[in-house]
Ligand binder design. Structure first.
Ligand SMILES: Nc1ccc(F)c(C(=O)c2c[nH]c3ncc(Cl)cc23)c1F
Ligand SMILES: [Fe+3]
Length: 285
């Protein structure tokens, strides 16, 4: 089968988000990539953060690179996401939570929003919390490490359950190394370059730090070469849902009517937002 090519790249500039936080938004707003709705590379230092806010209709995947993020939701679920950890939160019918830095050093990481299909949008909220040491790595040869947050690489599988079929992998290649990663033929995908420069896809597209690189639709693998120096990038692929997307901030449904119903539910604390009534987080208030 053919190798995937890179069709376009986007340099993610910094912008303010949340309460005083900074993000490089490499996907989101007007540009989504079904099933992905948003991808932020965030940097946040106290007193900034992402105070009490809701979600409905999708999943958030928070992958921490440095520092620590404390989270607390309206059901009393609370915890700490540390370096290398992943929080896979299925908001489903509704979550209200806060996500705040818990280190005086800047906390850096990636937050990806994955859409849920019509049949899953109103499921009960759920969490899959992955500690760094629990996340499997593939080391196909010296100088190459693949951290498998979701999906499979070189026969090593993640334990994460993905309602919307998804692959998320963090690749570290030493200078001179080349890798070929299998990609399901029905997935769309993009790459975010965290550090260094790499040559991506059959067309050897030069990708640099802070750039998002978008894959074309055909092919069952992607090739990457670290010709110029050490390289670190994250690969995201997912199976498109091919459903209408109607969003209003942190609410993502299939129709305007469902968005109006969601806004009503959030306002009246009904239909999944009951626990939001009079709730305030302890970490952001
Ligand atoms: N609605 C809405 C509006 C504005 C926001 F900032 C958010 C939000 O929480 C986040 C946006 N990117 C982020 N990266 C990391 C973390 Cl921990 C949180 C977010 C949100 F949900
Ligand atoms: Fe959130």
């Amino acid at each position: 089968m053919a190798a995937r090519n890179i069709t376009r790249s986007f340099f993610a500039k910094t912008r303010s988000e949340g309460a005083g936080a900074t993000v490089r938004r490499c996907l989101g707003g007007s540009s989504t990539l079904d099933p992905f709705l948003l991808c932020d590379i965030f940097e946040v230092t106290p007193p900034a953060g992402f105070p009490d806010h809701p979600h409905r209709g999708f999943e958030t995947v928070t992958y921490l690179l440095e520092g620590a993020i404390a989270h607390e939701d309206f059901g009393g679920n609370k915890g700490l996401i540390g370096p290398g950890d992943v929080q896979w939160m299925t908001a489903g019918r509704g979550i209200v939570h806060a996500e705040m830095p818990a280190s005086n050093m800047p906390s850096r990481g990636i937050q990806l929003w994955i859409n849920l299909s019509r049949e899953h949008k109103m499921i009960e909220p759920a969490y899959q919390d992955l500690k760094d040491y629990d996340i499997p790595r593939a080391k196909p040869e010296p100088g190459i490490e693949v951290k498998i947050i979701a999906g499979e690489s070189f026969g090593v599988k993640s334990s994460v359950f993905t309602r919307t079929p998804t692959m998320i992998m963090d690749f570290k290649l030493e200078k001179g190394k080349k890798i070929i990663q299998k990609i399901p033929k029905d997935h769309q995908g993009f790459i975010y370059v965290l550090n260094g420069i790499g040559y991506f896809g059959g067309n050897q597209f030069k990708g640099e730090e802070h750039s998002a690189l978008f894959l074309d639709d055909n092919g069952d693998h992607i090739s990457v070469e670290a010709k110029d120096g050490d390289l670190r990038f994250v690969l995201f692929t997912g199976k498109p849902l091919k459903e209408p997307i109607v969003n209003y901030g942190p609410f993502v449904m299939n129709s305007e009517e469902e968005i109006f119903q969601t806004m009503f539910d959030y306002d009246k604390n009904t239909n999944g937002f009951e626990r939001a009534k009079n709730w305030r987080s302890s970490i952001a208030n």
